[in-house]
Design a protein. Structure first.
Length: 364
């Protein structure tokens, strides 16, 4: 199998990801500002962490001059957690957030705006903040806040924490296995239970390349793959094309067999060739909980013949005619100069479609 990412505009992965979280403030400028933090006394942490799967109370780290929090811990359905989620420290303690490189790009942004790191995906990157004033400081990862990627620093005897103190708050991520090729079609109704634009499997067999939109209108915004589920022949290349709407999206196979970059730029494409029959489920990691899911059902029959015949014409609709019919039509045109001339004129009238990846995308 092969996969490939490509972006038409010259936008680097880091540049696009930084746009997702807004203007990030320099680590150097913020890291050492001790007195800028505005304490939020009395914060209700149980409410704050209501959707955070790895919150198990406040871990007591008092007595330590430096405390490390992992960014990208397994939580909230993937590598979308701070580990530990909540810690208690003494006034004057420096907290160091260290990125583990999992879950894409993350940042550390205080809810009150008192500190904010860059949006980074690199393993080993660190950001630090010294807390001098007592209080409760809540923070999030901006692009993954809705998934529950939240944290809190409780400084001194400030209230708001629960009585439970967790010893080990790192939780194991939940994995959903993709159905194997031998099992045929998966239970797609269950997989798409919360996906608003799933209305069955769209048949696209016999084609060499098939396009799926990333950022289609679904699930309360531009949070859909369009079509959500497709059926293709073995050997077909599926091309995912970004619409540029709904923020940053990616395409991540549930079984880890393919994964795109996390991108927001319109016209960015990612492609993967499916050479084995089976059902392949995938999702947009940041928006999976919203229902942004997809599936590719690969059949045993070899595909591509119709697409290969139609491809020289640049006409996204001719491939649907079938290989035999298309070949016969083309032969007749070659035999009749008048018919061939009419065909070329019609092709010129629709020239704007030339070069499109087909089949032509369906409007929603």
């Amino acid at each position: 199998m092969s996969s490939n990412d490509a972006t038409s505009p010259t936008l680097g992965r880091r540049t696009v990801l930084r746009l997702l979280g807004g203007a990030a403030v320099s680590t150097t400028a913020l890291g050492g500002v001790a007195d800028s933090a505005r304490a939020q006394s009395g914060t209700d942490l149980d409410s704050w962490f209501a959707q955070t799967s790895n919150y198990e109370g406040v871990v007591d780290e008092t007595g330590s001059s430096t405390v490390t929090v992992t960014v990208g811990s397994q939580a909230n359905g993937g590598a979308f957690g701070f580990g530990p989620a909540a810690v208690r420290v003494d006034p004057g303690t420096t907290v160091v957030w260290e990125w583990n490189g999992n879950g894409g790009s993350h940042n550390v942004a205080a809810e009150d705006g008192s500190f904010e790191s860059d949006l980074v995906g690199d393993s080993g990157h660190t950001f630090e903040q010294t807390f001098d004033a007592e209080g409760v400081y809540t923070y999030v990862c901006t692009p993954h806040e809705t998934l529950g990627m939240k944290g809190a620093i409780v400084v001194g005897d400030a209230g708001g924490a629960t009585a439970t103190e967790a010893a080990d708050s790192a939780s194991e991520g939940e994995s959903e296995s993709t159905e194997s090729a031998a099992e045929g079609d998966a239970d797609l109704d269950a997989w798409f239970e919360n996906t608003s634009n799933f209305d069955g499997v769209d048949a696209q067999t016999g084609l060499q390349r098939v396009t799926v939109e990333v950022g289609s209108q679904a699930n309360g915004g531009a949070f859909g793959f369009g079509p959500a589920a497709i059926r293709v022949s073995k050997g077909t290349t599926v091309v995912w094309e970004w619409t540029g709407e709904g923020g940053s999206h990616n395409v991540v196979a549930e079984d880890g067999s393919f994964e795109s970059d996390l991108v927001s730029a319109g016209d960015h494409t990612f492609e993967h060739t499916f050479e084995e029959a089976g059902t392949y489920t995938y999702a947009c990691t940041p928006h999976k909980t919203l229902g942004m899911k997809g599936a590719v059902v690969v059949t045993d029959d070899e595909g591509g013949s119709n697409a290969q015949v139609a491809e020289p014409f640049g006409d996204s609709e001719t491939e649907r005619l079938g290989g035999i019919a298309l070949a016969g039509t083309f032969g007749a045109m070659l035999a009749s100069p008048a018919l061939f001339g009419a065909f070329m004129w019609l092709k010129g009238e629709g020239g704007e479609s030339a070069g499109e990846t087909y089949p032509k995308e369906k409007s929603e």
